[in-house]
Design a binder for this molecule. Structure first.
Ligand code: T4K
Length: 369
């Protein structure tokens, strides 16, 4: 990667010598996947770090979504948000489930609970919200609706590693939550992911499902899939877990600087921290109001790009604009005005633990005039 380019993120990498020692140990054990030593260690360490009862590791963040829907036997229609990475809705599609898009709350980017009830039909079986950018959904309101209509709730918490509300992990909300440990995430295992669940029985079932449904050498209890994490990536994850707090703190410092510099820029808005929330600063979205700023979002995005500052337009286009989904009744601009507006105005600024003063200044110089 060209040193003069500032990317939207940069992976948190473990110390190479420490990783090498762990690799030697794995070589000695000659056990490289299928619920090995480091796999077990990482599941335990993550449950403790994340303050959740049970964690099941996966090979990426998409397969736990697909598997959660299988495990809960979700069918028919599922209410979800169009303002996310496309994997959220693809997981429904891969299960033969019809996504029903509900608009977002413009003050958080998350699904607006006030709009969920009117999208429920006799075919609705679940709600799949996303804590987008790690900003916690209104989980109590969503749960109240789910309880009233007998629906399951699966949170796509791909962005919400370590996020807490009033001291409690946001990952404990709903029936299950899923995480992504992709290279671009706050905590990464190169590729990787996890599911968080409330009880040992569910963990057991998920562990079967991610290993072809095997419950023993000769017994298959369900049409499972292969989505196990291997020993190398589990060891890598254990090392990254030791440094993730420092990385989040470094991201926090970047957020503080961005906010200071952008607070009074006419036509640019952003979010402050939410009261009672422990954030992970996974993304720093800004919103460009063209009329007031004097430049459209895309004009600013390409101006930044010309200067080597690679922000990203997460999440533009909306999921409902892609060919697979655009003909659904719920995909229209009339149904999703807030989501379309946000997708048209957003740029995620570079946000990672390695950004220095100079990088921050170069980024801000593109925006502040
Ligand atoms: N649900 C949600 C809400 C998600 O956001 C995601 C994934 C998922 C589910 C699915 O989880 P996974 O199955 O992916 O675990 C990235 C990621 O690939 C994807 O994981 C992520 N969300 C999504 C929001 O972003 P791209 O296509 O934008 O990534 P890419 O390759 O353009 O990388 C972005 C920047 O990161 C690069 O410009 C530079 C930097 N980078 C990237 C990589 C891979 C590095 O510096 N080093 C690297 O190794 O999708």
């Amino acid at each position: 990667m060209d040193k003069n380019i500032i990317t939207v993120t940069s992976p948190l990498l473990p110390d190479l010598d420490e990783f090498h020692k762990m690799l030697e140990d794995i070589w000695d054990r000659r056990w490289i996947t299928n619920n090995g030593h480091y796999h077990k260690e990482l599941e335990k360490a993550l449950a403790e770090y994340l303050k959740v009862p049970y964690v099941s590791l996966f090979t990426n963040g998409t397969l736990p979504l697909i598997t959660a829907l299988q495990a809960l036997r979700i069918t028919g229609e599922v209410i979800t948000t169009p303002y996310s990475f496309v994997a959220t809705t693809h997981a429904l599609w891969w299960n033969g489930i019809k996504p029903v898009f509900v608009d977002i709350d413009p003050s958080t980017g998350d699904i607006d609970p006030e709009r969920i009830e009117r999208a429920i039909t006799p075919k609705t079986t679940a709600i799949m919200p996303v804590h987008v950018y790690g900003k916690p959904c209104k989980v109590d309101k969503i749960q109240a609706i789910a309880d009233k209509y007998g629906l399951k709730v699966i949170y796509d918490a791909a962005h919400a590693f370590g996020v807490e509300v009033n001291g409690e992990s946001i990952l404990n909300a709903g029936d299950m939550s899923t995480l992504s440990f992709h290279a671009t995430k706050v905590f990464n295992t190169i590729e990787g992911g996890a599911m968080v669940m409330h009880d040992a029985k569910t963990k057991q079932r998920i562990d079967y499902l991610k290993n072809f449904g095997f419950a023993g050498e000769t017994e298959v209890v369900a049409p499972g899939i292969n989505s196990k994490m291997d020993e190398m990536r589990s060891a890598y994850g254990l090392l990254n877990l030791k440094q993730v707090d420092a990385a989040i703190e470094a991201r926090h410092r970047v957020a503080v600087k961005y906010r200071e510099a952008l607070r009074d820029v006419e036509g640019i808005s952003f979010w402050d921290d939410m009261p009672g929330v422990k954030h992970n600063y996974s993304y720093f979205p800004i919103f460009v109001e063209a009329r007031k700023y004097g430049m459209t979002r895309d004009e600013l995005y390409f101006k930044m790009k010309e200067q080597g500052v690679l922000g990203r337009r997460y999440f533009y286009p909306l999921i409902c604009e892609f060919s697979t989904y655009r003909s659904l009744e719920s995909s229209t601009r009339e149904n999703l005005p807030n989501a379309y507006k946000m997708a048209d105005e957003v740029i995620c600024l570079p946000m990672h633990h390695l950004l220095g003063e100079e990088d921050i200044e170069r980024t801000l110089n593109c925006i502040v005039r």
